[in-house]
Design a protein around this ligand. Structure first.
Ligand SMILES: [Cu+2]
Length: 473
């Protein structure tokens, strides 16, 4: 079966230590080969029957800046091999994070099966401490649920444990350790799981494109590489699948495609995920598909901690559409929190002198924050600008949990490649007004017209410095 190896390579994956020419009983008695991915690019979807020629067909998902783990079929059981290990993840070009993950990446590969499949997952622990895997949302025997100490002994470093169960319920799931959870999830240990329905399902529509990703967050000090694991709320890197804008791939679809996006939240706060230009409905949670009567149009879905949402819409509006978390601090990259707002203060000379002494000194812009998008300040090594990303009309001034849905009439069926920027038809872009400027209407009185204020100063004092920074948001 050279086709298996060729297939794995065609996905940009490495592995295949086991020559798959003959899957002999001896080979099947060994651990499934370890398949790894080195780069953070979005892998193309698996062909439903591409890996082993075995198993029921389904419409595969595309994991944003991630990949799906190939399996091998062993006497009717789908076998997967996950290895928990330290990894280097490029958060965006210019910044690598030292994380823990699975099979070379954080998050780990997506596991994709069909309702009714018997699944056997070998988990090898190459971490310096014990671990487990919990299969969030699955119906399974209690002993397979992965809570260390409760359902099973911990998996010691160097050991391999086997999980086996039937994927009973179709839907959207995730996996993560239930062992030293605070550390291991802060270090990036998590992955996605999709169980496709085996037959036509009354509540699960067929879609043309099916994307998935996890929300995650890290606290990595500017200039350093490893997340701080004790952080509870004050994270500074907000990511889709451990990537921050502009490192997140766009979601490229064909106009009029029915699109599903599945999102799971393994951060420590909620994320209102917002789509421009379209309305979607929430068609499923980690509890399963939602009843049709419960679906109403939305443009933002709040995804709470430990929740998953799958949203669906018809991508019928051609263009480039922002898709992002609506918490504005979550569309920013690593920033020093203990800096004053400098709006109104021209600090450029002072900042130059300070950065000679303190290289990672960062200040807020004196005309608002927009000029941070075209960062003039020197940054410490391995640090992303707070907001960046070059669009067709200049800096996008975003970071973190932000990407673009690209809807194109000319995108081919099954083509996930980036079509470039949208070419707007003439006369459909916001433009500058060049006529005479109007006098802004302003009240001339000192207070409201009905109840003028008494004893108020003649002019409001200009505050150039706002009160100090917030904390604990
Ligand atoms: Cu958010």
């Amino acid at each position: 079966m050279t086709s298996r190896r060729a297939f794995i390579q065609s996905l940009g994956l490495t592995g295949g230590a086991v020559a798959a020419a003959s899957v002999s009983p001896v080979a099947m008695a060994a651990l499934p080969e370890l398949i790894m991915k080195e780069d953070p690019n979005t892998a193309p979807p698996h062909l439903p029957r591409g890996v082993t020629g075995a198993g029921r067909p389904y419409n595969p998902v595309v994991t944003l800046n991630g990949w799906t783990l190939p399996w091998r079929m062993n006497k009717g059981v789908k076998e997967f091999h996950l290895v928990a290990e330290p990894v280097v993840r490029e958060i965006a070009p210019g910044m690598n994070a030292h994380l823990w993950g699975y099979n070379g990446q954080s998050p780990g590969p997506t596991i994709e099966v069909v309702e009714g499949d018997r699944v056997r997952i070998f988990v090898t622990n190459r971490l310096p401490e014990h671990t487990t895997i919990h299969w969030h949302g699955q119906r399974l025997p209690s002993g397979m649920d992965g809570v260390g100490g409760l359902n099973q002994p911990q998996i010691p470093p160097g050991k391999t444990f086997v999980y086996e169960f039937v994927a009973r319920r179709p839907g959207t799931f995730m996996y993560h350790p239930h062992a030293d959870e605070m550390t291991q999830m802060a270090m990036g240990m998590m992955g996605f799981w999709v169980t496709h329905p085996k037959d036509k399902h009354p509540l699960i529509d067929e879609v043309d494109r099916d994307f998935c990703f996890l929300l995650n967050a890290y606290d990595i000090d500017p200039g350093s590489y490893t997340p701080k694991v004790n952080t509870m709320l004050d994270f500074n890197l907000w990511t889709f699948n451990s990537r921050a804008f502009p490192g997140i791939d766009s979601l490229n679809v064909r106009q009029n495609d029915r699109v599903r996006i599945r999102v799971g939240n393994l951060t420590m706060t909620n994320h209102p995920i917002h789509l421009h230009g379209h309305e979607f409905t929430v068609t499923g949670t980690d509890g399963g598909p939602t009843p049709k009567g419960s679906r109403w149009p939305e443009v933002t879905a709040d995804i709470a901690v430990g929740q998953m949402r799958q949203v669906e819409f018809i991508a019928n509006e051609a263009g480039d559409w922002a898709f992002h978390c609506h918490k504005s601090h979550h569309t920013m990259n690593a920033m020093g929190h203990d800096v004053p707002t400098m709006i109104g203060v021209d600090h450029r000379e002072a900042a130059k002198q300070i950065t000679d002494l303190i290289p990672d000194y960062m200040v807020m812009g004196e005309r608002g924050m927009a000029d941070m998008g075209e960062m003039e300040m020197p940054l410490p090594d391995n640090t992303l600008p707070m907001m960046t990303g070059q669009g067709p009309y200049g800096a996008v001034e975003m970071g973190g949990m932000f990407t673009v849905l690209k809807v194109r009439a000319e995108q081919k069926v099954g083509d996930y490649s980036d079509p470039g920027w949208y070419k707007q038809p003439p006369g459909t872009r916001a433009y500058e007004w060049t006529g005479p400027a109007a006098e802004p209407p302003r009240a001339k009185t000192q207070g409201g017209q009905s109840m003028p204020a008494t004893g108020k100063p003649a002019a409001t004092e200009v505050q150039v410095r706002k009160p100090g920074p917030h904390s604990g948001h």
